[in-house]
Ligand binder design. Structure first.
Ligand code: NAD
Length: 518
């Protein structure tokens, strides 16, 4: 299947991609000059990808500077037409690209397809935006003066993406950047370079066929050789980086050192508060998807359930029952709900977090081991049984304060809503949050306009924490990084603001009524 999907995408003879005996033996750790892509569902090598070095990086950047000079002259609605055609190309290749996402990172088929759909959606969104990018006309304090803001293309945008959204994170950035008049330089995760090559080539080919080559560029390499070079590069005014908070702190520091801009989309430690009057059927189904979907490898995965003491046992019982029925296995097989973790290292992280949870007084109620009894063809994959851990009665469970990027749901209980909010907000991350309640007072307290409720960038009522729509601004606070991507006014990150004042009279009028040498 693996080579067939590369063929369907026209990648089997791609100069960057090596297959069969051309793959140097080794682990996914980059051997000099190449990285081996391993299918997490089988543990088998799929292909290898040639890496960039300093010279090829330099070529990409200098060519991108030239491309930017041409692209910024193209009217925004015309840029939008290019993005419209790119969206159509993704529609056409949705099945194959979705399968490639599954092959590289192990998402189940539905989620692989959903990710490509997100790219199509953001392309549509960007097309509309291409006709509405605008700035306000402001009131001047001076007679016969006009004051307004205009938004101008920014230049080169560096996009660093995490493995778990190997296609959509790039699209959220690059489709908006394209209509804003920018050139995107994408540095994907070394766990998902094939999806990056396929997606970038598709966008670049469409743009080139419409007379606009060089708008979408790719650099693939190690963090030391290519990642840090990109981040430190003064020719790139914006670095949009998605990944762990550890990575964001490093990237943020380097970019701040050159007074560049960052858009940081980092780790989450998302919780659901379950009030005593919650609809438990709705909550159980929502929490199941948000906690085990994508094998717990979404930034918005529900990692903590904070349930009122009167319903905590019942919701836990229902979830344990549901976890026992979840189909774990081949991500391409119909009916599978949980595929593999991305790497053997991720399995070790999962197991060691659970060992710590037990040491700290947590009780594993279900799951928590490697998955057994898998069919022979997937027995080399990185499968685990999603776990639910009940925190001790005093709610002290330090491991739950960290983001473990795996399917572990920690359950806490509370008596008063203030207690629930304190637990909810008592972590370093601030991405997605949710409350299940039928009570207006409770939901409004969670969303309080004073800010005393949820401290996250995303706050939902009667929805799980994962599965954001592209129309809203996406991102989070605290160690999640503060960035906003995708919908609403996120486009502003990809442009530079210019305040314009025009004197259309004949008099010199100084602001603040200052008289000077009259
Ligand atoms: P990661 O931090 O290991 O890597 C993310 C990206 O950063 C990769 O492309 C990596 O090569 C690059 N990188 C790492 N160090 C770098 C450096 N010094 N210089 C330049 N680039 C560097 O994260 P991951 O394991 O790929 O993804 C999982 C993490 O991403 C989780 O923490 C998850 O919550 C987070 N995530 C956040 C969002 C969001 O929107 N907030 C979305 C998806 C994933």
């Amino acid at each position: 299947m693996s080579l067939a999907v590369l063929e369907r995408l026209g990648l089997h003879k791609h100069p960057r991609i090596l297959t069969g005996s051309a793959i140097k033996p080794g682990t996914p750790t980059p051997t000099p000059g190449q990285v081996v892509v391993t299918n997490p569902a089988t543990g088998k090598a799929v292909a290898a990808v040639r890496l960039d070095d300093a010279a090829s990086y330099e070529k990409v950047i200098t060519e991108s500077q030239e491309a930017f000079k041409r692209w910024r002259e193209v009217p925004a609605p015309v840029r939008g037409q290019v993005v419209r055609a790119i969206g159509d190309a993704f529609r056409e290749h949705k099945e194959a690209l979705g399968e490639l996402v599954t092959l590289e990172v192990g998402k189940i088929r539905q989620e692989g397809l959903g990710e490509v759909q997100e790219t199509i959606d953001i392309a549509d969104y960007a097309v509309g935006l291409s006709r509405t990018l605008s700035g306000p006309m402001l009131q001047s304090e001076r007679a016969r003066h006009r004051l307004y803001e205009q938004w101008l293309p920014l230049g080169l945008v560096g996009v660093i993406s995490a493995f778990n959204f190997p296609n959509a994170v790039w699209a959220w950035n690059s489709m908006l950047a394209a209509v804003c008049g920018d050139v995107t330089i994408w540095k994907p995760s070394l766990l998902a370079p094939l999806t990056a090559i396929a997606s970038n080539d598709l966008a670049e080919k469409v743009a080139a066929s419409l007379g606009h080559p060089g708008i979408f560029r790719l650099v693939i390499g190690t963090d030391q050789e290519i990642g840090e070079r990109l981040v430190a590069d003064k020719r790139i005014p914006l670095i949009s980086a998605t990944g762990s908070s550890r990575m964001g702190k490093r990237v943020g520091e380097i970019v701040a050192g050159r007074l560049g801009r960052t858009l940081l989309e980092l780790g989450g430690n998302n919780a659901v508060i379950l009030h005593k009057d919650a609809d438990l059927d709705l909550a159980a189904r929502s929490i199941l998807f948000a906690a085990v979907g994508t094998a717990g490898q979404r930034c918005t995965t529900t990692r903590r359930l904070i349930a009122h003491e009167s319903v905590v046992d019942e919701i836990t019982r229902r979830l344990v029952e549901a976890y026992r029925k979840v189909q774990i296995g081949d991500p391409l097989k119909e009916g599978t709900l949980v595929g593999p973790l991305v790497s053997p290292g991720a399995v070790e992280t999962f197991l060691s977090a659970l060992a710590k949870a037990k040491e700290q007084g947590g009780k594993v109620l279900v799951g928590g081991e490697r998955a057994a009894n898998l069919s022979p063809e997937i027995s080399g994959g990185n499968y685990v049984m999603p776990a639910i851990v009940r925190a001790p009665a005093n709610n002290a469970l330090p491991i739950a304060l960290q983001e473990t990027f795996a399917p572990i749901l920690y359950v806490f209980s509370y008596r008063t809503f203030d207690e629930a909010i304190a637990l909810h907000n008592g972590v370093d991350q601030g991405l997605a949050s949710s409350v299940f309640t039928e009570n207006l007072h409770v939901s409004e307290a969670f969303l309080a306009t004073s800010g005393a409720g949820s401290d996250c960038g995303l706050a939902y009522v009667n929805l799980g924490t994962s599965g954001a729509e592209i129309g809203g601004a996406f991102g989070g606070e605290k160690e999640t990084g503060g960035g906003r991507e995708s919908g609403s006014d996120s486009w502003k990150a990809y442009m530079r603001r210019q305040t314009v004042a025009i004197n259309y009279g004949k008099e010199l009028a100084l602001a603040q009524g200052i008289r000077f040498g009259e």
